[in-house]
Design a protein around this ligand. Structure first.
Ligand SMILES: *[C@@H]1O[C@H](CO)[C@@H](O)[C@H](O)[C@H]1NC(C)=O
Length: 155
């Protein structure tokens, strides 16, 4: 029983799927709210459609490239998967984009939006978030984070 519990914990540690508000707080703490004009609600919407907040998401494209992690960052332009010839603009091994430590993924997403096409690089954003009114989800995010703060304070 104890070893089963340990196994479950190990499995959970190596494949982190963020809960929405937890992810929004992480993005905010990482300076993503308003980064290059991209709102927190846009980042949350983008990652919802790209990976459903799953750090281990990995999808293969028909051109031989692969999309990695919670932001589904592409191996042709941004990271080296040692399979295809990559521009590797983020200067990283694509595997680090699958880590439950999302530091490298967030830094690389920042690099992507600094490029001229900005957030339009993500089809998940263009098809599902661009031009949508995300203010309702914004409110949900901020009320959820203040609930957590109240909870922590009351404890
Ligand atoms: C990339 O990272 C993965 C996972 O850590 C590792 O197995 C692989 O050897 C790395 N590739 C290179 C060429 O460093």
């Amino acid at each position: 029983m104890r070893s089963l519990l340990v196994l479950l914990l190990v499995a959970a540690a190596s494949a982190k799927v963020f809960e929405r508000c937890e992810w929004a707080r992480k993005l905010k703490a990482s300076g993503m709210d308003g980064y290059y004009g991209v709102s927190l609600a846009d980042w949350v919407c983008l990652t919802r459609w790209e990976s459903n907040y799953n750090t281990m998401a990995k999808n293969y494209n028909t051109d031989g490239s692969t999309d990695f992690g919670i932001f589904q960052i592409n191996s042709y332009w941004w990271c080296n998967d040692y399979i295809i010839n990559s521009h590797n603009a983020c200067g990283i091994n694509c595997s680090v984009l699958l880590s439950d430590d999302v530091t490298a993924a967030i830094n690389c997403a920042k690099r992507v939006v600094r490029d001229p096409q900005g957030i339009s690089a993500w089809y998940g954003w263009r098809y599902n978030c661009e031009g949508r009114d995300l203010t309702r989800s914004n409110r949900r995010i901020s009320s959820a984070s203040s609930n957590v703060l109240v909870f922590l304070y009351l404890r």
